[in-house]
Design a protein around this ligand. Structure first.
Ligand code: HEM
Length: 226
Protein backbone atom coordinates (compact mmCIF):
# COMPACT_ATOMS: atom_id res chain seq x y z
CA UNK A 1 0.00 0.00 0.00
CA UNK A 2 2.82 2.35 0.98
CA UNK A 3 4.55 1.44 -2.25
CA UNK A 4 1.37 2.17 -4.20
CA UNK A 5 1.03 5.54 -2.51
CA UNK A 6 4.66 6.45 -3.23
CA UNK A 7 4.30 5.31 -6.80
CA UNK A 8 1.14 7.39 -7.23
CA UNK A 9 2.97 10.40 -5.78
CA UNK A 10 5.76 9.94 -8.33
CA UNK A 11 3.39 9.54 -11.26
CA UNK A 12 1.04 12.34 -10.32
CA UNK A 13 3.44 14.91 -8.93
CA UNK A 14 7.07 14.20 -9.71
CA UNK A 15 6.85 12.78 -13.21
CA UNK A 16 5.01 15.72 -14.79
CA UNK A 17 7.46 18.06 -13.04
CA UNK A 18 10.41 16.04 -14.24
CA UNK A 19 9.38 16.80 -17.81
CA UNK A 20 10.33 20.40 -17.13
CA UNK A 21 13.56 19.74 -15.27
CA UNK A 22 16.40 20.89 -17.43
CA UNK A 23 20.02 21.42 -16.68
CA UNK A 24 20.35 25.18 -16.82
CA UNK A 25 22.81 25.83 -19.60
CA UNK A 26 25.68 27.98 -18.58
CA UNK A 27 25.12 30.88 -20.89
CA UNK A 28 26.61 34.32 -20.43
CA UNK A 29 23.91 36.93 -20.05
CA UNK A 30 23.11 40.57 -20.51
CA UNK A 31 19.83 42.12 -19.44
CA UNK A 32 18.63 45.66 -20.02
CA UNK A 33 17.39 45.61 -16.44
CA UNK A 34 13.90 46.83 -17.33
CA UNK A 35 12.64 43.49 -18.64
CA UNK A 36 12.59 44.71 -22.25
CA UNK A 37 15.68 43.01 -23.62
CA UNK A 38 17.80 40.02 -22.71
CA UNK A 39 20.70 38.33 -24.48
CA UNK A 40 22.08 34.91 -23.59
CA UNK A 41 25.06 33.52 -25.43
CA UNK A 42 27.56 30.72 -25.44
CA UNK A 43 30.66 29.87 -27.44
CA UNK A 44 31.43 26.60 -29.17
CA UNK A 45 33.49 25.41 -32.15
CA UNK A 46 34.43 28.91 -33.30
CA UNK A 47 30.82 30.01 -33.19
CA UNK A 48 28.84 32.28 -30.91
CA UNK A 49 25.31 31.02 -30.22
CA UNK A 50 22.80 33.63 -29.12
CA UNK A 51 19.29 33.76 -27.75
CA UNK A 52 17.82 37.26 -27.68
CA UNK A 53 14.46 38.11 -26.18
CA UNK A 54 12.57 41.38 -26.59
CA UNK A 55 9.34 42.56 -25.05
CA UNK A 56 7.85 43.06 -28.48
CA UNK A 57 5.75 41.34 -31.09
CA UNK A 58 7.52 43.26 -33.87
CA UNK A 59 11.19 43.02 -34.78
CA UNK A 60 13.86 42.38 -32.16
CA UNK A 61 17.51 43.27 -32.73
CA UNK A 62 20.90 43.10 -31.12
CA UNK A 63 24.04 44.77 -32.36
CA UNK A 64 27.73 44.78 -31.52
CA UNK A 65 30.13 47.64 -31.94
CA UNK A 66 33.77 48.26 -31.18
CA UNK A 67 33.31 51.97 -31.85
CA UNK A 68 34.44 54.08 -28.85
CA UNK A 69 31.43 54.94 -26.68
CA UNK A 70 29.07 52.79 -28.74
CA UNK A 71 26.90 55.79 -29.55
CA UNK A 72 24.96 57.04 -32.55
CA UNK A 73 24.52 53.70 -34.35
CA UNK A 74 28.09 54.06 -35.67
CA UNK A 75 29.53 50.74 -36.89
CA UNK A 76 26.82 48.54 -35.41
CA UNK A 77 26.85 44.92 -36.62
CA UNK A 78 23.16 44.09 -36.28
CA UNK A 79 21.06 40.91 -36.23
CA UNK A 80 17.36 41.73 -36.48
CA UNK A 81 14.64 39.12 -36.52
CA UNK A 82 11.27 37.99 -35.32
CA UNK A 83 8.16 36.08 -36.28
CA UNK A 84 5.74 37.48 -38.85
CA UNK A 85 2.63 35.30 -39.02
CA UNK A 86 4.05 31.80 -39.43
CA UNK A 87 7.38 32.96 -40.78
CA UNK A 88 10.54 33.40 -38.74
CA UNK A 89 13.20 35.73 -40.07
CA UNK A 90 16.65 37.02 -39.17
CA UNK A 91 18.78 39.37 -41.24
CA UNK A 92 22.25 40.91 -41.01
CA UNK A 93 22.64 44.72 -41.16
CA UNK A 94 25.42 47.25 -40.64
CA UNK A 95 24.72 50.81 -39.54
CA UNK A 96 26.99 53.82 -39.80
CA UNK A 97 24.61 56.41 -38.44
CA UNK A 98 21.17 56.89 -36.90
CA UNK A 99 18.70 55.78 -39.57
CA UNK A 100 17.54 52.64 -41.36
CA UNK A 101 20.56 50.31 -41.48
CA UNK A 102 21.29 48.69 -44.86
CA UNK A 103 21.19 44.91 -45.11
CA UNK A 104 24.51 43.14 -45.73
CA UNK A 105 24.81 41.38 -49.09
CA UNK A 106 25.67 38.20 -47.17
CA UNK A 107 23.68 37.15 -44.11
CA UNK A 108 26.30 35.87 -41.70
CA UNK A 109 23.80 35.05 -38.95
CA UNK A 110 22.19 31.62 -39.03
CA UNK A 111 18.67 31.56 -37.66
CA UNK A 112 18.07 28.53 -35.44
CA UNK A 113 14.52 29.29 -34.35
CA UNK A 114 12.29 32.20 -33.42
CA UNK A 115 9.17 32.27 -31.27
CA UNK A 116 6.59 34.74 -30.19
CA UNK A 117 4.82 34.10 -26.91
CA UNK A 118 2.98 36.21 -24.38
CA UNK A 119 4.04 39.49 -25.95
CA UNK A 120 7.73 38.51 -26.18
CA UNK A 121 9.83 37.60 -29.19
CA UNK A 122 12.74 35.26 -28.79
CA UNK A 123 15.27 34.52 -31.54
CA UNK A 124 17.99 31.89 -31.38
CA UNK A 125 20.83 32.23 -33.86
CA UNK A 126 24.53 31.63 -34.33
CA UNK A 127 27.47 33.23 -36.04
CA UNK A 128 31.02 32.27 -36.93
CA UNK A 129 33.53 34.31 -34.95
CA UNK A 130 34.98 35.68 -38.14
CA UNK A 131 33.21 36.19 -41.44
CA UNK A 132 35.87 37.68 -43.70
CA UNK A 133 33.77 40.85 -44.05
CA UNK A 134 35.56 43.22 -41.67
CA UNK A 135 33.72 46.25 -43.06
CA UNK A 136 30.26 44.73 -42.47
CA UNK A 137 30.65 42.38 -39.50
CA UNK A 138 32.55 42.56 -36.21
CA UNK A 139 35.36 39.98 -36.36
CA UNK A 140 35.47 38.27 -32.98
CA UNK A 141 38.79 37.11 -31.57
CA UNK A 142 39.67 36.21 -27.99
CA UNK A 143 40.46 39.88 -27.32
CA UNK A 144 37.49 41.53 -29.03
CA UNK A 145 35.43 43.79 -26.78
CA UNK A 146 32.14 45.23 -27.94
CA UNK A 147 29.33 47.37 -26.68
CA UNK A 148 26.09 45.41 -26.86
CA UNK A 149 23.30 47.50 -28.39
CA UNK A 150 19.68 46.54 -28.89
CA UNK A 151 16.43 47.84 -30.27
CA UNK A 152 12.96 46.60 -31.07
CA UNK A 153 9.68 47.63 -32.57
CA UNK A 154 6.95 46.87 -30.03
CA UNK A 155 4.36 45.82 -32.64
CA UNK A 156 5.64 45.95 -36.24
CA UNK A 157 7.74 43.34 -37.98
CA UNK A 158 10.52 44.15 -40.39
CA UNK A 159 10.36 43.14 -44.04
CA UNK A 160 13.28 40.71 -44.36
CA UNK A 161 13.30 41.16 -48.15
CA UNK A 162 13.74 44.94 -47.96
CA UNK A 163 17.20 46.41 -48.43
CA UNK A 164 17.00 48.45 -45.19
CA UNK A 165 15.67 47.66 -41.73
CA UNK A 166 12.48 49.49 -40.75
CA UNK A 167 10.33 50.74 -39.07
CA UNK A 168 12.09 53.06 -36.58
CA UNK A 169 12.26 51.79 -32.99
CA UNK A 170 11.29 55.18 -31.54
CA UNK A 171 13.40 56.99 -28.98
CA UNK A 172 12.78 54.63 -26.10
CA UNK A 173 12.92 51.07 -27.46
CA UNK A 174 16.68 50.94 -27.74
CA UNK A 175 19.74 50.94 -25.54
CA UNK A 176 23.41 50.15 -25.23
CA UNK A 177 25.76 48.91 -22.55
CA UNK A 178 27.92 51.48 -20.82
CA UNK A 179 30.91 49.11 -20.85
CA UNK A 180 32.52 47.02 -23.51
CA UNK A 181 32.17 43.26 -23.07
CA UNK A 182 34.33 40.36 -24.19
CA UNK A 183 31.67 37.91 -25.38
CA UNK A 184 34.00 34.94 -25.74
CA UNK A 185 35.66 35.40 -22.32
CA UNK A 186 32.26 35.77 -20.65
CA UNK A 187 30.91 32.70 -22.43
CA UNK A 188 33.93 30.66 -21.35
CA UNK A 189 33.64 31.87 -17.75
CA UNK A 190 29.91 31.05 -17.70
CA UNK A 191 30.60 27.58 -19.09
CA UNK A 192 33.04 26.91 -16.22
CA UNK A 193 30.50 27.61 -13.48
CA UNK A 194 29.04 24.41 -12.00
CA UNK A 195 25.85 23.27 -13.67
CA UNK A 196 22.76 23.48 -11.50
CA UNK A 197 19.51 21.65 -11.97
CA UNK A 198 16.58 23.98 -12.16
CA UNK A 199 12.84 23.62 -12.57
CA UNK A 200 12.07 25.77 -15.57
CA UNK A 201 10.17 26.06 -18.81
CA UNK A 202 12.91 26.77 -21.35
CA UNK A 203 11.20 29.60 -23.21
CA UNK A 204 9.11 31.29 -20.56
CA UNK A 205 11.97 31.24 -18.09
CA UNK A 206 13.86 33.59 -20.37
CA UNK A 207 11.10 36.12 -20.49
CA UNK A 208 9.04 36.00 -17.35
CA UNK A 209 10.86 34.32 -14.50
CA UNK A 210 12.99 36.62 -12.36
CA UNK A 211 16.59 35.64 -13.07
CA UNK A 212 19.17 35.15 -10.35
CA UNK A 213 21.72 37.91 -10.12
CA UNK A 214 24.38 37.32 -12.72
CA UNK A 215 27.89 38.33 -11.68
CA UNK A 216 28.62 39.16 -15.33
CA UNK A 217 25.58 41.36 -15.66
CA UNK A 218 27.42 44.50 -14.63
CA UNK A 219 25.47 46.77 -16.88
CA UNK A 220 21.94 46.03 -15.72
CA UNK A 221 21.83 48.99 -13.42
CA UNK A 222 23.73 51.39 -15.59
CA UNK A 223 22.27 50.61 -18.99
CA UNK A 224 21.41 53.63 -21.08
CA UNK A 225 17.74 53.61 -22.05
CA UNK A 226 17.49 57.31 -22.74
C1 HEM B 1 14.92 50.25 -37.97
C2 HEM B 1 15.69 51.21 -38.40
C3 HEM B 1 16.30 52.20 -37.47
C4 HEM B 1 16.12 53.54 -37.50
C5 HEM B 1 15.29 54.31 -38.50
C6 HEM B 1 16.86 54.09 -36.39
C7 HEM B 1 16.94 55.43 -36.11
C8 HEM B 1 17.54 55.96 -35.00
C9 HEM B 1 17.54 57.36 -34.65
C10 HEM B 1 16.87 58.45 -35.48
C11 HEM B 1 18.20 57.48 -33.49
C12 HEM B 1 18.45 58.79 -32.71
C13 HEM B 1 17.25 59.11 -31.91
C14 HEM B 1 17.12 58.18 -30.78
O1 HEM B 1 17.98 58.22 -29.88
O2 HEM B 1 16.20 57.35 -30.81
C15 HEM B 1 18.64 56.16 -33.09
C16 HEM B 1 19.35 55.87 -31.94
C17 HEM B 1 19.76 54.62 -31.57
N1 HEM B 1 19.54 53.44 -32.24
FE1 HEM B 1 18.55 53.26 -33.99
N2 HEM B 1 17.47 53.07 -35.72
C18 HEM B 1 17.16 51.89 -36.33
C19 HEM B 1 17.59 50.62 -35.96
C20 HEM B 1 18.37 50.34 -34.85
C21 HEM B 1 18.84 49.03 -34.48
C22 HEM B 1 18.55 47.76 -35.26
C23 HEM B 1 19.57 49.18 -33.35
C24 HEM B 1 20.31 48.15 -32.51
C25 HEM B 1 20.33 46.87 -32.75
C26 HEM B 1 19.54 50.57 -32.99
C27 HEM B 1 20.11 51.09 -31.86
C28 HEM B 1 20.09 52.43 -31.53
C29 HEM B 1 20.70 52.95 -30.33
C30 HEM B 1 21.43 52.14 -29.26
C31 HEM B 1 20.50 54.32 -30.36
C32 HEM B 1 20.98 55.31 -29.31
C33 HEM B 1 22.43 55.62 -29.64
C34 HEM B 1 23.07 56.50 -28.64
O3 HEM B 1 22.87 56.28 -27.45
O4 HEM B 1 23.82 57.40 -29.06
N3 HEM B 1 18.81 51.25 -33.93
N4 HEM B 1 18.23 55.25 -34.02
Amino acid sequence: MAFAKNYAFFVLILFPCSLHVVHALNYAMFSSGDGNFKLHWTYSNNKLLFNMTCKATGWCAVGFTENPGGRGMVNYDIAAGGVDGNTSYLEDYWSNTTGQPPKDAVNNFQLVEAMEMGGYTSVKFERNLTTGEANLDVQFTMNTEVYIVWAMHPTDDADPTASNLSPYHGNTNRGRTTNKRNLIAEAMAAAMTPTTTTMMMPFTSLVSTPQPTDPNDNDSLTTQVE
